[in-house]
Design a protein around this ligand. Structure first.
Ligand code: SAH
Length: 351
């Protein structure tokens, strides 16, 4: 029962050797996954009880100056119908979200040059003024430190910027030369120093990814100590050079969610839309593997089908209210419950 011993060690010490991490990520014992997810759930319940936090995702622009090789809205994809929500539309999404019980709004988009600090700062201020009990999360890619500072000063609380992969050569293989691993890492450090609650994370099964890369990702998470970690399976998009690449595995994603929960007990960990896209019960399985956050879509239905980072994305047709109803029922079936709370990161666990 080698695998089970490793789960116990990981929970107790929040650490393993590289060889042990590799063993955990590749173990084929049947009882292993069951035990791993049981321990991840126990740790999650010790910190966050049975609560599941909702984050209302507003996909406010699909215009992007970057050309990440895996992403469906990369600038090189000429087949995308581009859109940008107006300030009024974004604020209307937040109003609707507030009425539906959301206490966190996530503004996510491509790196759209239109959204300068001069435009974003007043928007963040207004969101904060109109919804003072809500947290604001930004997920708008790489910017300069000064810009992050302005957005933080305007009232943004959290920032999601996945590191995508902690291995420099792998990062460079997934991105065009104009983007750099160093700058992405610098952004993450800046965000943290400024005082944001920071989320990083990686795609699971991105082209060229090895188990060693994933171990490097885990080491990075351990060193960086993010407040949030977003992971999901890589899913090919037909208008990218990775169109024919295999998608990442649901099983490995679930296993990583559990490992991350044991590594960082207090982390806010979403069961992502990509996971729900690969498996109709993916998000529920994610919650049962240690995740404690769900990010339903609050974008206007008219634009949802245009924010396609990968093929077959789910929930592109439903109204926000319908998404919330559906997710609450799905969550309830797992034995957890959706709560109306900001759901900030806590630091409570004693070692
Ligand atoms: N422009 C912002 C937001 C990116 S979209 C930024 O750069 O941070 C959010 C995440 O979707 C990305 O960080 C990436 O990890 C994920 N993503 C993009 N394309 C994907 C694909 N084909 N399959 C799975 N996840 C993908």
């Amino acid at each position: 029962m080698d695998g089970l011993y490793l789960v116990e060690k990981l929970e107790r010490e929040r650490d393993l050797t590289n060889a042990e991490f590799t063993e955990v990520l590749t173990c084929r014992e049947e009882v292993f996954d069951k035990y791993l997810s049981e321990r991840a759930r126990a740790v999650r319940e010790r910190v966050y009880g049975k609560d599941v936090y909702l984050r209302g995702l507003v996909e406010f622009t699909n215009i992007c100056k970057n050309n990440c090789k895996y992403c469906g809205i990369r600038c090189g994809n000429t087949k995308v119908e581009r859109y940008r929500l107006s300030e009024e539309e974004i604020l209307a999404c937040c109003d609707q979200g507030d009425a539906l019980g959301f206490r966190t709004f996530v503004l996510q988009g491509g790196e759209d040059p239109y959204f300068t600090d001069e435009r974003l700062v007043p928007l963040v201020r207004q969101m904060k003024e109109q919804h003072p009990d809500c947290a604001i999360t930004l997920s708008i890619g790489e910017r300069e430190r000064e810009s992050y500072q302005r957005l933080f000063d305007a009232g943004a609380d959290r920032y999601l910027l996945r590191h995508e992969t902690a291995n420099k050569a792998h990062y460079e293989s997934l991105h065009p030369r104009a983007m750099s691993y160093e700058h992405r890492m610098q952004c993450l450090r800046d965000l943290k120093e400024i005082g944001f609650q920071v989320g990083c994370g990686m795609m699971v099964g991105s082209p060229g990814q090895t188990t060693e890369h994933l171990v490097e990702d885990l080491r990075f998470l351990q060193a960086f100590q993010p407040e949030m970690v977003g992971i999901g399976p890589f899913i090919p998009h037909h208008e990218t050079e990775y169109a024919k690449e295999p998608a990442g595995s649901v099983e490995l994603t679930l296993r990583l969610l559990s490992v991350i929960r044991l590594l960082l007990p207090e982390v806010l960990l979403p069961a992502t839309t990509a996971l729900g896209t690969m498996d109709p019960l993916g998000r529920e399985k994610g919650l049962l593997a240690g995740a404690n956050v769900i990010m339903p879509n609050l974008s206007p239905t008219g634009v949802r089908g245009k924010y396609l980072l990968y093929d077959n994305k789910i929930c592109t047709g439903d109204e926000a209210a319908e998404c919330v109803r559906c997710m609450s029922l799905r969550v309830a079936k797992t034995g957890y419950k959706v709560v109306q709370a900001r759901g900030d990161h806590v630091r409570v666990t004693e070692r």
